[in-house]
Write a new protein. Structure first.
Length: 70
């Protein structure tokens, strides 16, 4: 510890090797991964949801019409 009025003592570097660029590891996967292929129709789940809702409404309308006697 330095007392007031004395110059600061220089810091000594830590013991051991100095940090450098990390060497590439054997079998490294650091390269960019290939892009996933397009999921096709599965990329649009809302479209399927709309089709299911329309089909359910058509079936409900059919039974409602049968009950009403049309």
């Amino acid at each position: 510890m330095n007392t007031p009025g004395t110059p600061p003592t220089p810091r000594t570097p830590p013991a051991g090797p100095t940090p450098e660029e990390t060497p590439p590891a054997e079998g490294s996967i650091s390269s960019a991964h290939p892009e996933r292929p397009d999921g096709g129709v599965w990329e649009h789940p809302r479209a399927f949801l709309v089709l299911i809702a329309i089909g359910a409404a058509m079936i409900a309308a059919f039974f409602a019409a049968r009950i009403a006697g049309a």
